[in-house]
Write a protein that binds this ligand. Structure first.
Ligand code: MN
Length: 194
C-alpha cells in the first residue's frame, strides 16, 4: 500500500443510509486525507521514506509515524472492503469454510464480532484476522493499532471510532455495527486470505 488516498470503488452516496455521503466527506475526505498528508510530512527525509504503509506499520516505534501509518492502513482497508447494500450478503467458498471452522457458523461469527465491536472501550477497531496457522480470530485494537503489528494477516475490520458513525447513528454504535454487515464486499475479504 502506498501513502496516498485510495480511490473508492463506489460513489460517495452509495453506502447511505448506513454510511452517508456526509460521513464519507468527513471520514474519507477529511480524516483519512489528514493522516495521508501528516505521514508524508513526518517521514520526509527519514528512513521510512519510500517504504510501504504495511512496512511502516510493522516497523515504526509507537508515536506519530506509527499512528498515522496505522490510520492510513486501517482506513484504506475499511473503505475498500465495502459496497452498496446487497441482499443475502454473506461469505462464500474458502472464506465461508474458514469462518465456519473457527466460529461454527456465519451467524455466530457475526454475534462474536459485534460483541467485540460494541464492547471496545473508547476509540479503536474490531478485526477479523488469520494467524500463522491459517486459523481465523477476532481481536480488538485501540487507537491506530493493527493486527499486522502482531504478525497476523488482517481480513476484515469495523472502525468504531466515533467519527465513523456519529453523524449517522450518534451514540448508537451497536446499530451501526448491526447495519454494517449489509455493506461488506465479502469477495474483497476473501481475496485477503492467505
Ligand atoms: Mn476512522
Amino acid at each position: 500500500m502506498e501513502i496516498k488516498m485510495p480511490t473508492l470503488p463506489y460513489a460517495p452516496d452509495a453506502l447511505a443510509p448506513v454510511i452517508s455521503n456526509k460521513t464519507i466527506d468527513f471520514h474519507y475526505g477529511k480524516h483519512l486525507q489528514g493522516y495521508v498528508n501528516t505521514l508524508a510530512k513526518l517521514i520526509e527525509g527519514t528512513a521510512f521514506a519510500g517504504k510501504s504503509v504495511e512496512d511502516i506499520v510493522r516497523e515504526a516505534p509507537d508515536g506519530p509515524v506509527f499512528n498515522n501509518a496505522g490510520q492510513i492502513f486501517n482506513h484504506t482497508f475499511y473503505f475498500m472492503q465495502l459496497q452498496p447494500a446487497t441482499a443475502d450478503n454473506k461469505p462464500q467458498g474458502r472464506l465461508a469454510e474458514a469462518i465456519n471452522a473457527a466460529f461454527g457458523s456465519f451467524e455466530e461469527f457475526k454475534t462474536q464480532f459485534a460483541q467485540a465491536a460494541t464492547t471496545l472501550f473508547g476509540s479503536g477497531w474490531a478485526w477479523l484476522s488469520q494467524d500463522a496457522n491459517g486459523k481465523l480470530l477476532i481481536t480488538k485494537e485501540t487507537n491506530a493499532n493493527c493486527p499486522l503489528r502482531n504478525g497476523l494477516n488482517p481480513l476484515f475490520v469495523i472502525d468504531v471510532w466515533e467519527h465513523a458513525y456519529y453523524i449517522d447513528y450518534q451514540n448508537r454504535r451497536a446499530d451501526y455495527v448491526a447495519d454494517f454487515w449489509n455493506l461488506v464486499n465479502w469477495n474483497v475479504v476473501a481475496e485477503r486470505l492467505k
